[in-house]
Design a protein around this ligand. Structure first.
Ligand SMILES: NC(=O)c1ccc[n+]([C@@H]2O[C@H](COP(=O)([O-])OP(=O)(O)OC[C@H]3O[C@@H](n4cnc5c(N)ncnc54)[C@H](O)[C@@H]3O)[C@@H](O)[C@H]2O)c1
Length: 365
């Protein structure tokens, strides 16, 4: 049963803080075809849990190749159910949650990029805000005791000064783009559903998470291009944006471990930075990848189309709160992450059929 909320204030006065669950859990993952979502699917399947993977209709499923056959439309294991569903479909989400009755929800589905959020802020808000409401409403209506991990973002902090580094959860939220604003709304909704209705929400503010399967961040853009050059499928030229920035870059395996530890031990209703606490300069990321590939590359800096309207100079998180609550600490350094990414993209570009290429840390083919 859910904890009760106070009638006058609508503020929760009794909420469970840690989870007790059966050895085999039912885990529903939205955004399951995406980067973090697909690694979560692999992780929970490898741990023998039952997984309901919500994939956007029409979205690529290549990240799920190890566990799902797109040709036949069948999961490769009994413990996996793949549902093609838009998180904006309130009825579909309710039906999925009602029939599966998950012990845990990992809500990763999102329009997850900054640039499209400037171009189409309405869709970004719709998917990220209404899509989140459509996760919480069935949990509330069905009075489920489900733990809901919500993928929030360091983009919520937005305007920061040198004095704010490393960023703590208490820093005011002043996002610089519609994506960041949609994440603030999602974050506050998760807080509100906890306070008003006792839903066991845990907000993880992800800083840069990267690794194999990632597309569309600096590490992935550089790694895929350098790998393509290394296997002889592109000219040795790379166009890049601003190399003067620094980011808190966390390996996907650490991200998954943080999500799992947060699920097990974080306090319901709370918000946590999910980060390494170490900053990596984007110039060094590029140089390291070129070094690892052992090739000569002409780098065109500040190329047109690669620069953002707004680009925070340094984003570095303080992960103390999550560490103290759960014991989580990152294990993989940036060198190891980039090495894996480069290898991944080399194999991808070298394979005859790149869309069929996949690799998993958790599931062996
Ligand atoms: N990767 C990061 O560095 C990072 C940083 C901060 C926050 N986040 C957040 O973490 C979550 C996962 O990020 P990711 O890197 O895996 O992103 P991703 O873009 O790879 O995955 C998001 C998934 O959501 C799906 N999706 C989009 N619209 C949908 C809809 N209407 N209905 C159902 N599914 C839909 C996409 O198809 C995609 O598979 C996102 O919420 C993102 O905003 C990620």
């Amino acid at each position: 049963m859910l904890a009760r909320f106070h009638e006058d204030t609508m503020v929760l006065y009794e909420a469970p803080t840690t989870i007790e669950h059966e050895p085999i859990m039912k885990v529903l993952i939205t955004g399951a075809g995406g980067f973090i979502g697909s690694h979560l699917v692999d992780f929970f399947l490898s741990e023998k849990h039952q997984v309901c993977a919500i994939v956007k209709p029409g979205a690529p499923t290549n990240n799920l190749n190890q566990v799902y056959d797109a040709r036949t439309g069948k999961a490769k294991m009994d413990s996996l159910d793949v549902k093609f569903l838009d998180v904006r479909d309130a009825t579909g989400m309710r039906d999925a949650i009602e029939s599966f009755r998950p012990d845990g929800i990992f809500h990763m589905a999102a329009q997850s990029y900054v640039k499209p959020s400037w171009e189409d802020p309405v869709t970004t808000m719709d998917v990220n805000v209404n899509g989140t409401i459509n996760v919480f409403e069935p949990v509330k209506a069905l009075e489920l005791d489900t733990r809901v991990i919500v993928a929030c973002s360091s983009a919520e902090y937005g305007t920061i000064t040198k004095d704010d580094i490393p960023i703590k959860e208490s820093l005011p939220l002043q996002p610089l783009h519609p994506y960041g604003i949609s994440k603030v709304a999602q974050d506050l909704l998760a807080r509100q559903y906890h306070l008003n209705f006792g839903i066991n929400t845990i907000r993880l503010r992800f800083f840069n998470q990267t690794g194999i399967r990632k597309v569309g961040d600096a590490c992935a853009d550089f790694a895929t291009k350098i790998a393509k050059i290394a296997v002889g499928k592109a000219d040795p030229v790379i166009n890049v944006g601003n190399l003067e920035t620094a980011r808190d870059i966390q390996d996907i395996r650490d991200c998954i471990s943080a999500c799992w530890k947060a699920f097990q031990g974080a306090k319901a209703g709370e918000v946590y930075n999910c980060c390494t606490g170490r900053s990596s300069h984007i110039r060094e990321v590029l140089e390291l990848l070129i070094d690892l590939a052992g090739i000569d590359v002409k780098v065109n800096e500040r190329s047109k189309g690669k620069l953002r309207f707004q680009d925070e100079l340094t984003i570095l998180g303080d992960g103390t709160k999550l560490r103290e609550a759960t014991g989580y600490s990152p294990r993989h350094d940036i060198h190891e992450t980039l090495e894996d990414m480069l290898e991944y993209w080399k194999e991808y570009h070298a394979s005859g059929e790149p869309s069929g290429y996949s690799k998993s840390y958790y599931i062996q083919p």
